[in-house]
Ligand binder design. Sequence first.
Ligand code: SF4
Ligand code: SF4
Length: 467
Amino acid sequence: MDDVRQAPRKGKQVFTGRDMKRFGGGVRAGKRPVELRGIYIPHNKLTAEMPTTVMPLPKQIVLPMQQHVGAPCVPQVKRRTHVEVGQLVGHSDARMTCDIFSPVSGTVRDIRQIHYSDGRSDEALVIEPDGEQTVHESVVKPEISDYASLVQAVKRSGIVGLGGAGFPAWLKMDADLSTIDTWLVNAAECEPYLSTDYREMIEHPDTILEGIKTCLDLSGIPRSLICIEDNKPKAIELLRELSADDPRIDVFVLPARYPQGASRVILRNVTGRSVPRGGHLTDVGALLFNVTTMSEIGRFLRTGMPLTKRRLTVMGDAIARPQNLEVLVGTPISEILEYCGCAPGPRKVIIGGPMMGTTQVELDVPIVRQNCGLLAFGVNGPVVPRQTACIKCSRCIDHCPIRLSPIDIHKAYVARDVAALDRLMADLCVECGTCSYVCPSKQPLVQSTHLACAMLRAEQRKAKGRR
Ligand code: SF4
Ligand code: SF4
């Protein structure tokens, strides 16, 4: 790994976590140490060297109308309508939303409510595939002439933040570019178990670079840094080699430390900049996109096919055949578990990674476009730890990547003290789970910060409404 970081490319500056060089406001700001808060977690990326396999067509597709941050889409088709691959089936006139496209050709059998384990419910189309996979006539390579037409094309692509956030990609691109000098590509993939971004870098570096180059060409942003943790030396080598002909693009190597991929953390560790409270990355001159998102943009620009598939890392001790599996968006997780040989009655099923994923109770819910992992654990899987009294060791504070005080937020939440939550800046929590992971007394810290954040935001909205 060190060899990779220490091997500079001829004629090109190499930026690494080790040599600690950073940018600041367009001018290199000298040496500052890369932030080493957060924690080392065993990576368990046992599927990393397994090439992606493709799951056969599922028996049915369940396509929720809310697969993104923002307003839910409204179904554009009725029961018994025949749909084709890439056909628009969900749309909203709201600004913050993202269109939804059919991943199969087949018949809409039902439009019903589905219920998630976290209490949310959503309207979903149930589509029965006809096995033909006929592509809809609207799927054509987009015509791009400038940045505005690129943004409009991405708006019609159904691409959202594929690192898990689900923020509409076009909306993030539709920023005031006059102050932006860095297009960051988040390829840290710091969650244990997951290796979907890694496989994208190994299998499709061409579409990643095509997406980045097109965005740089049309936006005029002068540089892009692909930020990769040092536990992925092959991806670092490959992307360095393939981007050697473009001086605007480079690879920034980061220490493998959780949660390196959280947007505020990666921004600070790569550029030395911090996002002000209530602000966005664009306020400090940066845009940040997940590496698979960039690859999907590159692929969409080549083919015009909207986002209808997802690569998932399927792992866990209940899974007989762990793998990186390409599935159609809307495939029920029960079918994926069956395909991968999941033992009956897994003790715990998680969509996403073990740190930030959500536990599933109902297994008939579908995979949506921002999901990147599916974990199933059996008898040797995680157990709910016994909680004991806080021993005031301050580990939760020492390791919080955002420098919050999780134990104080927990106490303020229990006391329903909104003023204290505001003082403690609970709304900055990225819900990485680091505090809960390191706490020896197993306080429910991430759960409290999640609820505290919701409580504080609700109060802030109320206060805004009163003004
Ligand atoms: S308080 Fe939030 S950001 Fe800090 S460690 Fe806990 S979950 Fe992560
Ligand atoms: S890590 Fe746990 S025991 Fe230590 S101060 Fe924080 S809440 Fe208390």
